[in-house]
Design a protein around this ligand. Structure first.
Ligand code: 13P
Length: 255
């Protein structure tokens, strides 16, 4: 295991929070606090906030991401947004397959794969989310499920394209619940994801992939979670909506 081989990335996922004017204010506050980060700093924001986020983050080390992308380039898909639209706006990253989209919007392993491929084709870096429910964990399916979701999401992704993919292990039971996985559980889950990548692309490639942990990561637990060998950053929900909290997590990644 060699953590030095991969980039640590702390990414916020704002979910359905913040208006454009609130976006400008929050990034204005954050940019000073995170400007000395050694790690990648990304904020994934609602579509309507992208223009404000790009403007507010100009000349800073903050990269902007979207929270979803459609798998077609264009066409009659009312309400959807394509990778080239996002790219032209200045977006670099996009969250794909978040468990909330799987749970509430009918996202499947197949559509997660199609969105991942579309993001890569359009020049975006997908942050692909995988994770088990509490029921699946209690039934003992965590390893099988994480490996399956990872391999499904990466179907037809080449080793070259994989360089632009980030995976986020987000146990569904830890999202927005205040219940965090223990550092060992996070490390183990991320390890299963890395093993799945190794099974397809080989161990050397797997060692270079950034695998984040997400689920109630906060200023108090970030240090311990990020110290684990397989945890290469975080995907942060609630704590990314407060400049101070988010910056403490970014600083924890710098250590
Ligand atoms: P919370 O940090 O609010 O638990 O959300 C995690 C998450 O879903 C990030 O994508």
């Amino acid at each position: 295991m060699n953590k030095a081989k991969r980039q640590t990335i702390i990414a916020g996922n704002w979910k359905m929070n913040k208006t454009p004017s609130e976006t400008t204010a929050l990034i204005g506050e954050m940019k000073e606090l995170v400007k000395d980060a050694d790690c990648g700093v990304v904020l994934c924001v609602p579509f309507v906030d992208i223009a404000a986020a790009i403007e507010a983050s100009k000349g800073t080390n903050i990269k902007i991401g979207a929270e979803n992308v459609h798998f077609k380039e264009s066409g009659a898909y009312t309400g959807e947004v394509s990778a080239n639209m996002l790219k032209e706006c200045g977006v670099e990253y996009v969250v794909v397959g978040h468990s909330e989209r799987r749970q509430y919007f009918g996202e499947t392993d197949q559509t997660v794969n199609l969105r991942t491929l579309a993001a890569l084709k359009g020049g975006l870096k997908p942050i692909v989310c995988v994770g088990e429910t509490l029921e699946q964990r209690e039934l003992g399916y965590t390893e099988t499920l994480l490996k399956y979701q990872t391999k499904m999401a990466l179907t037809n992704v080449t080793a070259e394209e994989l360089k632009n993919v980030v995976i986020a292990y987000e146990p569904v039971w830890a999202i927005g619940t205040g219940v965090t996985a223990t550092a060992d559980q996070a490390d183990e889950g991320n390890g299963f994801v890395r093993e799945a990548i190794a099974e397809v692309y080989g161990k050397d490639v797997a060692e270079t992939v950034t695998i984040q942990y997400g689920g109630s990561m906060n200023p108090k637990n970030a240090d311990e979670l990020l110290s684990k060998v397989n945890v290469d950053g975080g995907l942060i929900g609630g704590a990314s909506l407060k400049a101070e909290d988010f910056s403490v997590i970014v600083k924890a990644a710098n250590k």
